[in-house]
Design a protein around this ligand. Structure first.
Ligand SMILES: Cc1cc2nc3c(=O)[nH]c(=O)nc-3n(C[C@H](O)[C@H](O)[C@H](O)COP(=O)(O)O)c2cc1C
Length: 154
């Protein structure tokens, strides 16, 4: 039984922060589950061990290119990966949600897909920019499902 969701994310320009805020309100009001969130942008580069399971959110910022032959290098958001890698925190991460802009074609949500390769947790879902209320509901349900499955394996 899930009674608390921890969200560790990074938001540089506010879109992901807005989505996490809408999602948190939805989960608290409709699922009777507490939500705590941390924007890695608010830290000063410090890391610390996480002691509860968490889900992560990562918007995409790449260094140009087309995502096939060039432009697969994550820029600006690497502090989230550093935090997840530090102190073996990735072991408590039960999945990631990517976001981006579909105008970037092959680069859409590429960073989240790279974290899946790097840390071996699942890509739970993706959404565009600030998302929609449909995204909020769908992703809320998926997070609860992934959290429950993760708890069973602990
Ligand atoms: C400089 C820059 C580069 C971006 N590169 C990508 C990209 O490669 N792929 C993608 O899907 N979205 C890309 N985006 C879109 C962002 O991922 C999207 O706007 C996201 O919602 C930003 O989240 P934030 O406001 O929480 O920081 C880029 C945006 C900017 C400003």
């Amino acid at each position: 039984m899930v009674n608390k969701i921890n969200i560790i994310y990074i938001s540089l320009n506010g879109n992901t922060k807005y989505f996490v805020s809408c999602l948190s309100d939805y989960i608290k009001e409709n699922m009777d589950v507490m939500v705590e969130s941390l924007n890695i942008k608010d830290l000063k580069g410090e890391t610390f061990p996480v002691d509860e399971p968490f889900v992560s959110f990562l918007p995409t910022y790449l260094n140009g290119g087309n995502g096939i032959h060039t432009g697969d290098k994550e820029v600006l958001t690497t502090r989230l990966g550093d935090f997840i890698a530090s102190n073996d925190n990735f072991k408590l991460c039960y999945g990631i949600i990517g976001s981006g802009n579909r105008n970037f074609n092959n680069q859409f949500c590429l960073s989240a897909k790279q974290y899946v390769e790097r840390f071996s947790f699942p890509l739970i879902d993706v959404f565009e920019l600030r998302g929609t209320q449909t995204d909020v509901k769908r992703i809320a349900n998926l997070i609860i499902k992934h959290h429950e499955e993760f708890l069973k394996k602990l």
